[in-house]
Design a protein around this ligand. Structure first.
Ligand SMILES: [Zn+2]
Length: 316
């Protein structure tokens, strides 16, 4: 499975949250995966197709439990492809009400952007972005260049999605591709931020891990006169610290930490390749090496406590 598949499977297995968030996510799934089939005067049908079984189950449950729909699931394989596709099809007298409630269409016309009521709360904005990423998102393996994108079928919807991302301090680039508008992030920090926003904490740990290894390795290659043992230790310690900090951020939120700890945590995430001494010098006011060391140790023990004793490994 690709890294992007790992992210999608993790997201598809997350707890779907409160009813406000389930509605936002289902709306985003309907907009990203869904196709509306209209047949003259007959009732419309909503079809959602995906190759991901976990996502199929998630869509099915969202439709079934919150909207008492009884969607049909069919699966098949195209002759040209080895992967199986699943189709969730919902129809019947309740469907129009569902589509209105999800603000996907209004009076039998497709709703232009994202309905404001759906995404008023922060939790729901996260759920909407998660749903859209599940439907039409992709991400590169962190070892192969940093790139995350959402392929959006209408420019207006793309503008609204970009607006949602900006409320989390993520500033996506925007370009046209065939009939779609593509929103993309190229900056590692922003991609990590997006993974955190949508709740992909395992994928985030994996991302940070290879990112840290890469940036530390680059630095190491420059510092050719360092001892090998020393270098390995530096690389591993920095990776461990970043894992712990990301873990704390996902579980607790860095803003909950005392200021001194939070500042060191944020600096470490920003500058994973620096030695403790350099890291201390980069802060304002500057901190001594032992103070930096002390705070990083405290962060490691907080992470260990949050994970129930064992330090977070980030590898599964
Ligand atoms: Zn919510």
């Amino acid at each position: 499975m690709s890294y992007a598949d790992d992210v999608r499977v993790e997201l598809a297995r997350l707890s779907p949250g409160g009813s406000c968030c389930r509605r936002a996510e289902l709306s985003a799934l309907a907009r990203s995966l869904g196709v509306l089939r209209l047949s003259g005067d007959g009732p419309p049908a909503l079809e959602l197709a995906t190759g991901n079984p976990a996502l199929t189950r998630r869509v099915f449950r969202l439709l079934r439990y919150d909207y008492q729909m009884h969607p049909a699931i069919t699966s098949g394989r195209r002759r040209t492809s080895r992967t199986r596709r699943y189709l969730v099809r919902a129809t019947g007298s309740r469907l129009e009400g569902l589509l209105e409630d999800l603000m996907v269409w209004h009076r039998r016309r497709v709703y232009p952007g994202i309905g404001r009521r759906l995404v008023q709360r922060r939790c729901c904005r996260r759920a909407y972005l998660r749903g859209f990423f599940l439907g039409r998102g992709s991400i590169n393996h962190p070892g192969r260049g940093h790139h995350l994108e959402l392929v959006v079928p209408s420019p207006r919807l793309a503008q609204d999605l970009a607006g949602l991302m900006r409320t989390f301090a993520l500033a996506p680039g925007l370009c046209a591709r065939k009939d779609d508008t593509v929103l993309y992030l190229k900056d590692a920090q922003a991609i990590a931020g997006f993974l955190g926003v949508v709740g992909a904490s395992q994928a985030l740990l994996q991302f940070e891990n290879s990112r840290v290894y890469r940036s530390v390795k680059e630095r190491v290659n420059r510092l050719v006169n360092m001892e090998t043992a020393n270098v390995t230790r530096t690389v591993e310690a920095a990776a461990r610290q970043v894992r712990a900090i990301r873990f704390i951020d996902a579980e607790l939120g860095l803003q909950k930490l005392p200021r001194g700890l939070r500042e060191v945590a944020e600096s470490r995430l920003r500058l994973p390749e620096l030695s403790l001494e350099e890291l201390g010098q980069s802060m304002s006011p500057p901190l001594g090496k032992s103070a930096v060391n002390h705070r990083l140790r405290r962060l490691l023990s907080i992470a260990a406590r949050l994970s129930g004793g064992a330090p977070p490994t980030g590898a599964r």
